[in-house]
Structure formats: structure tokens, C-alpha cells
Design a protein around this ligand. Sequence first.
Ligand SMILES: Cc1cc2nc3c(=O)[nH]c(=O)nc-3n(C[C@H](O)[C@H](O)[C@H](O)COP(=O)(O)O)c2cc1C
Length: 197
Amino acid sequence: MTSGLEDRFQTLHEIVRAARMNLAPGPWDYLVGGTETETTLRRNRLGIDSLAFRPRVLRDVSRIDTGTSLFKRRLRIPVMLAPIGSIESFTPGGGATAAKASAAFGVPQMLSSACNPGLEATAAAADNFRIFQLYVRGDEAWVDDHAERAIAHGYAAFCMTVDTAHYGPTVLGPYRDAGYVVGDLLHVPLPRSPWGF
Ligand SMILES: Cc1cc2nc3c(=O)[nH]c(=O)nc-3n(C[C@H](O)[C@H](O)[C@H](O)COP(=O)(O)O)c2cc1C
């Protein structure tokens, strides 16, 4: 890839820092935060940290292939852009910007059904490998309508999501007000929650 990003960023941490400086506190909290005690976030972090690369030296790396395939389509690396609701709060182009990035890099985009500019405009933005994440809500006609539109606009597959009926409370606001740096919650012992546990 020749975007020049490699020159600006050497590590994921640098990308995170740049994103943070780019975002207002509200969208940042929404992006990095979990709900309630953020236990799941910490579990995920520990899960990822438990994986290690095994260094293999003195190998022929002149022809390495990090690609794979999904639904008979080629992926440059085995990674997919996850569906992010309200992605337009992070970049004005919303899903369309993610579509362009997915096309440029060569990985699929899974578009959230809860974001702008909508599945049609997103599909028009780039000729990428796209999958539609559909929240199962509303009646059958609502689901049919979304499914038909997604098929007509070249989405290669669906991810049907059944979510909780109510949003969980987020702790980010209260903790930030108490002086904690949001996103660093993963590294500090949690104080008593605002709900007393
Ligand atoms: C800000 C934000 C918005 C998200 N919006 C959606 C969404 O609209 N639909 C959905 O299915 N998942 C949504 N997710 C879940 C992510 O797509 C992803 O599955 C989750 O963050 C777990 O990713 P991980 O396995 O890489 O940790 C959202 C996650 C975040 C952080």
C-alpha cells in the first residue's frame, strides 16, 4: 500500500493516539468504552495479550502470502472492518469512507445497519467486498426491505444481529469526571462504580 501511513505510524498505539487527538470526548468515549464495569473489555484485552508471535528466523520470506478467501472472494489479510454504528461520528463520510478504505486495502467491510450515509450511498462509494450487518428489529416487512436493498446493492452476505433490548449503562462519563482517563480504564484497578458495587 502506498498511502504513506507506514511513515506516520509504526505501531497501533500511535494510530490510537492520533485518533484520540482527532476526536471530541463524546465520540472517543463511545468508540473505546464498554458498559458497566467494562469487564468484557478487560477480558478481550487479556485474550489478545495471551497470544504471542513465534519468531522464525532464517526463513525464505521472499514470497509470503498473508491473504485468504471468504465466500470465494480474496482478502489481502484475514481481517474485516467490523460494523460500527454511527460511524459518521468519527469521520464525516461515515460508512462510505470505510468502504473506500476497504477497497483500497483489500479487506471486506461489514456495514452496520445503524449508520450513515446508508447502504445505497455506501455501496456507491467504492467497489469493495461488502457484507451487511442487519439488526433484527421492526417487523418482517422492515427486515425484507433491508435485505432486498442490500442484495440489490451488491452486499455479498448478511450478518444477522440480535442485540439486547436496552442499552447498558456506560461508566465513562462518571469515571472521566472523577479524573480517570477513558481508555486507560483497562490498566487501572476500578474504583467503586457509580452504582455502589
Ligand atoms: C463504537 C462501536 C460501535 C459498534 N456498532 C456495532 C453495530 O452497529 N453493529 C454490530 O453488529 N456491532 C457493532 N459493534 C461491535 C463491533 O462490530 C465488534 O463486533 C466488537 O467491537 C468486537 O470486536 P472485537 O472482536 O474486534 O473486539 C460496535 C462496536 C463499537 C466499539
